[in-house]
Ligand binder design. Structure first.
Ligand code: PEP
Ligand code: MN
Length: 362
């Protein structure tokens, strides 16, 4: 038994280091049969590295399925023994950490609703003191990198050496395309702030539905994420939680084989030479844009002085609408989306307003 346990530990270590790391399994463990069947089919695909299952489910509203609780842990252990797949579960309290460790769970993860709460994160971190187990930390439900980094810091200070990140998107009011808006730039910024730390993507909770899973997963791989966590279920439509976003293990295998796996780097010299040339052009254009923006601000300063001398307000709504309309018309044939133009001009406009503010109030 001891050897089986230490063998499994080294398999889990090996998987933790594998790229891309693929984690899959049901949103929730529901019954022993559901979990074992799902695990068996996942293992049969040969494409999955780790088995996930929610045992304790933090639900937005009471009355929803809140997980089977600790009685699901022996099922998970059974699934591991049957398939050889290391396991991972979500933990939100010290007691849940203890229970998960008792049943040899290989990797723990902190869910989005827990990352937002420093008390809970601290409780989990305290329970991890002196324990050698990898921990994945999901982004908080609100787009706050400080909170996400705070959770990483609490877990790291407890002495956990192997920490990874899971990007699962951010909730926002009235968003219809995604269940949780990916806000990719935040994940990229988090990656930049934590160089060398694994970051995987969770297309299931970003999408909230099956039809865009592949697109989201592909985007993550294009952005050089280290892996994916995708929910799967032996009978997705009958799942007790997150039914709309779960896929069968067979569909998961299809999705994984449809993804174009890209590497951050290739060694071919020709490729690097071509890339360097194009990057040089980009640098050149960025320099020119910077010059032009500087000139634009100088003109804005002049306008600010006229406005000051004539006691006119800085913001003139009609003029702003005109600027946007003109830009949409000019930008569209150039392949620039209205969304980009709006964001870009918003930033430029804010900078102009700041410049003019300074002049008018000097
Ligand atoms: C889950 O992974 O099933 C889950 C509850 O995710 P999140 O914490 O991202 O909402
Ligand atoms: Mn889920």
């Amino acid at each position: 038994m001891q050897t089986i346990e230490s063998d499994m530990k080294s398999i889990a270590q090996e998987k933790w280091a594998k790229r891309p790391l693929i984690i899959s399994g049901p949103c929730s463990a529901e019954t022993e049969e559901q979990l074992l069947e799902t695990a068996k089919h996942l293992a049969d695909t040969g494409k999955v590295d780790m088995l996930r299952a929610g045992i304790w489910k933090p639900r937005t509203k009471p009355g929803m399925f809140e997980g089977v609780g600790a009685k699901g842990l022996p099922w998970l252990l059974q699934a591991k023994k049957m398939t050889g797949l290391p396991t991972t579960v979500e933990v939100a309290t010290g007691k849940q950490v203890q229970d998960a460790l008792t049943f040899d769970v290989d990797v723990l993860w902190i869910g989005a609703r827990t990352t937002v709460n420093p008390f809970s994160v601290q409780e989990v971190a305290d329970a991890l003191r002196g324990v050698d187990i990898p921990v994945l930390i999901k982004n908080p439900i609100n787009p706050d990198l400080e909170l996400w980094n705070g959770a990483v810091e609490r877990v790291a200070r407890a002495g956990v050496k192997q920490i990874g990140l899971i990007h699962r998107g951010f909730s926002s009011y009235g968003n219809t395309e995604y269940r949780n808006a990916p806000m990719w730039h935040l994940a990229i910024e988090m990656k930049r702030k934590n160089p060398g730390m694994m970051i995987i993507n969770d297309p299931s909770h970003i999408s909230g539905r099956r039809d865009i899973l592949l697109d989201v997963a592909q985007k993550a791989i294009d952005l050089d994420f280290d892996g994916l966590m995708i929910e799967s279920h032996i009978d997705p439509d009958k799942a007790w939680s997150d039914a709309k976003q779960q896929v069968t293990p067979e569909r998961l295998a299809e999705i994984l084989s449809e993804i174009v796996w890209r590497k951050e780097d290739v060694s071919s010299e020709l490729f690097h030479a071509a890339l360097d040339k194009l990057r040089e052009q980009i640098n050149h254009i960025d320099d020119e844009l910077m010059q032009l923006l500087g000139q634009r601000m100088k003109i804005a300063d002049k306008i600010g002085e006229y406005k000051k001398n004539n006691n006119v307000t800085i913001l003139q709504t009609n003029r702003w609408n005109q600027i946007l309309e003109r830009a949409f018309q000019k930008g569209s044939p150039l392949g620039l989306s209205n969304e980009f133009i709006t964001k870009y001009l918003d930033a430029v406009h804010m900078e102009s307003i700041n410049h003019q503010n300074k002049i008018m109030n000097d």
